[in-house]
Design a protein around this ligand. Structure first.
Ligand code: G16
Ligand code: MG
Length: 218
């Protein structure tokens, strides 16, 4: 029986993935580092530091330089978040959250982002969310299970009774490592390891999710 659903934020509830990409691209262009959308795909769901390391490849940088680059990327990203509002919620999100509420299913956010709190507030969904585990919550980010285990403990639900909704391979791996159910959103070459795969949450009802997982609605 599923008693809690943990939603990834970027790429699941809202398309900040595009804002993250544009911020990294701006930084890369300024620094003369070759970068493009395809390379960005490999960074989906990774923490800020892991994303930078991925972008740098074998270019050696001091810790201080890395800190400065991460701060600049974040400046660009936070600028984007200032333009965000409830209209940036992806289709199907609010009806699904409301449906979960009516079934007394606990709702948590499990995001690698240090800006998750800010984004949740801008989206106007804070009242529908019981707990937020974010980039400040644990040391080991996705694909380690720590972030989702922390989210589960915040809502007081045992991991096997949690379902994670993710758009990134690293997030699906994290959910499986945490012993949770995983629904992947997007192409199977990205999230195919999840228990079930859907293109997005548009029109998706709670019963549909349980059905896809081979579980029964209670
Ligand atoms: C997100 C994004 C990643 C981003 C990470 C860290 O995670 O998918 O692209 O690098 O957060 O974000 P920040 O720089 O704001 O701390 P998620 O887990 O919400 O998909
Ligand atoms: Mg994501």
């Amino acid at each position: 029986m599923i008693r809690g659903v943990i939603f990834d934020l970027d790429g699941v509830l809202t398309d900040t993935a595009e804002f993250h990409y544009r911020s990294w691209q701006k930084l890369a262009d300024e620094e003369g580092i070759p970068f493009n959308r395809e390379m960005n795909e490999a960074m989906r769901g990774l923490s800020r530091r892991d994303s930078l390391l991925q972008m740098l490849g074998d270019r050696p940088l001091s810790e201080a330089e890395m800190e400065r680059m991460m701060a600049r990327k974040n400046e660009y990203y936070v600028e984007f978040t200032h333009t965000m509002g409830p209209e940036d919620l992806l289709p199907g999100v609010v009806p699904l959250l409301e449906q979960l509420r009516s079934h007394q299913i606990a709702i948590a956010i499990g995001s690698a982002s240090k800006n998750a709190q800010l984004v949740v507030e801008r989206l106007g969904i804070a009242p529908l969310v019981d707990a937020i585990a974010d980039g400040h919550s644990v040391e080991q980010s996705k694909p380690a299970p720590d972030l989702f285990l922390h989210a589960a403990s915040l809502i007081g639900v045992a991991p096997p009774q949690c379902l994670v909704v993710e758009d990134a391979a690293s997030g699906v791996e994290a959910a499986l490592a945490a012993g949770m159910y995983a629904v992947g959103l997007g192409p199977t070459n990205r999230v195919g390891n999840a228990h079930a795969v859907l293109p997005n949450l548009d029109g998706v009802r709670w019963e549909d999710l349980l059905d896809k997982l081979g579980l029964k609605s209670q």
